[in-house]
Design a protein around this ligand. Sequence first.
Ligand code: 173
Length: 317
Amino acid sequence: MKRLAILAAALLAALPAAAGEVRLRAVSAFVFGTVGTRAFEPFVAWVNENGRGVVQIDVIGGPEAMPPFEAGNAVSTGVVDIANVTSAFYTRLLPWADALHLATNTVQEQRANGCFALMDARHQSEMNVKLLARTGDHVPFHLYLTKPISGADLTGLTIRTTPVYRAMFEALGATLVQTAPGEVYAALERGAIDGYGWPLQGVLDLGWEAHTKYRVDPGFYQMDVNFLINLDTWNALDDAQRALLEAGARHAEALNARNIEINAEERRKQAAAGIETIALEGADAALWVETAQREGWKVVHTADPALAEALAPCLGG
Ligand code: 173
């Protein structure tokens, strides 16, 4: 059976595509049906619906098909054509990419003021990918905990991180462990961590509410989930194929506005699931958000001072 399947796959791959139609292979660093694919799924559906005979996207899979921190490398080298991935998972390839989640404006504003074009150009020259779309606007990140805190001090707590939260949580005194999202549940269950960073959306998609007691407010930054396409693949497409993908990207970005409503719903769902809010106030709240922004930008400055200077104003300051 297995040999037959392999033979069939080989024969299919050897068949020439319909004239003018190109098939692109895509992976997602996030599990399908969760917050990280909320814009990518409609993008793929839109392209496959509107791109018949022009361009089609074949989804290979999510993190079960490829480790999430490898997705950037895979699209950079052309192992896949398209990746749905957050910049935090490819900072090894593009150290300044932490800037993306520091934006306080929308991708539509970044397209209008030239910031998107600048970031796209740098993705192209430094990572061999085109930045096709940015989704996730309006969704802040939060710290979630299994035990309470009384202020903006994380001393003594072991927190699961990614590059998104690292500089901020470290400055606030936490001990950090970096893991892929797929390892968070087990780490909570084992008691290996006292909390984790994650966007406002998605905790319940992943079942983490079972081991989550608190969400710390306010949130900080803005989630970025980007569609990257290998630059050689992009350059080999014709104008109609590129236009189709660009239109699909705009379609996905237009969905970002819905996040404002989804955020409100998510807060209600978390509360209903027993996740209490720890709302930092006054000087603690100020320290929380100021530390986030200051420490985040420090990382970008260290990676590329000139680019940090150029990006800060057009990402909303
Ligand atoms: O916490 C994470 O794994 C992370 O960095 C992230 C980024 C964007 C969306 C979801 C999670």
